[in-house]
Design a protein around this ligand. Structure first.
Ligand SMILES: [Zn+2]
Length: 292
């Protein structure tokens, strides 16, 4: 009598699965844990076109346009945690507009503490104690950068693969607690990659150049907007080979490695913002973090 009972249970489960409405198939995928200052993929998968998906993660608000694929619809994006975010759970909420009425999906992402070592650097005095003129210039540049990072209006131009901008090894990791000439300054919100002066610097993904300028600390700088809140940045360049408005493919040369701005020698400072949050770009360009 055991076998028929098992069969009946399986049949009941199969009928239950079949009877579940398609909309209940919508799901929210994200990692359970993310270290401080790291990017992560978020995906909403739905059987039917869900309309725009609005994501809420801490103070971040992101609107993602779903695309058709894999026999259904998916809204894929990158989000990130702040380098100084308090460890603990953060609510991730996805609001779907339709088609059968609004639907809210929720998950919890636990921010995990990472210990960031100290780094002590010696640089020219005027790079630590700014003259009033240099300070005013730096403040204006910061405002311009904030404006660029706040614009999340472009559609997603990136795919699943990202290009390492130069082949050199990491000389200064993301998150280092920095002291310049013995004085504490902001932590390192990017990575420094080794590279000789003049080495071509490649765009990590397709996108549009939104800023190409000479900045006080960053030197020759290029910012590329890859859409959906993802902006990559390349600092200390000796030469800028692109202009704002230029459309780039992944791997296009945008400039050359240099030693402009606040540096101790030629290298590439490579940064990445996700909806305004500066995160470690290395997991993406080394392939250790993928959408799947
Ligand atoms: Zn750097």
């Amino acid at each position: 009598m055991r076998a028929p009972r098992v069969f009946m249970v399986l049949l009941a489960l199969a009928l239950l699965a079949w009877a579940t409405p398609a909309r209940a198939g919508a799901r929210l995928e994200c990692p359970a844990e993310v270290g401080q200052g790291l990017p992560f993929f978020v995906r909403v998968v739905a059987d039917e076109a869900p309309g725009a998906v609005d994501l809420e993660f801490g103070s971040v608000r992101a609107r993602v346009e779903p695309r058709e694929g894999g026999g259904g619809w998916e809204a894929l994006t990158l989000l990130g945690t702040n380098l100084e975010a308090a460890p603990g759970p953060v609510r991730l909420v996805a609001r779907l507009a339709g088609p059968g009425g609004p639907l809210v999906l929720e998950r919890e992402v636990r921010v995990v503490d990472r210990s960031f070592p100290e780094q002590r650097l010696s640089v020219a005095r005027e790079m630590v104690h700014l003259t009033p003129e240099a300070r005013a210039r730096h403040e204006a540049e910061r405002a311009e950068v904030r404006r660029v990072l706040a614009d999340v209006s472009r559609p997603r131009a990136w795919g699943g693969e990202f290009v390492r901008p130069v082949p050199g090894a990491v000389s200064s990791a993301f998150g280092l607690r920095r002291f310049f000439n013995g004085e504490p300054r902001a932590p390192h919100r990017g990575v420094d990659l080794r590279g000789p002066e003049g080495q071509p610097v490649l765009a990590m993904a397709a996108g549009t150049v939104v800023l190409a300028a000479q900045h006080y600390f960053a030197g020759g700088s290029v910012y590329v907007d890859h859409g959906q809140g993802l902006v990559s940045m390349y600092f200390h360049l000796s030469e800028l080979l692109v202009r704002p408005g230029d459309a780039l493919a992944a791997g296009d040369v945008l400039g050359r490695v240099g030693s402009t701005g606040r540096v101790t020698g030629p290298h590439l400072h490579f940064g990445l913002a996700v909806y305004g949050e500066l995160v470690d770009p290395m997991p993406l360009v080394t392939g250790s973090l993928r959408p799947e």
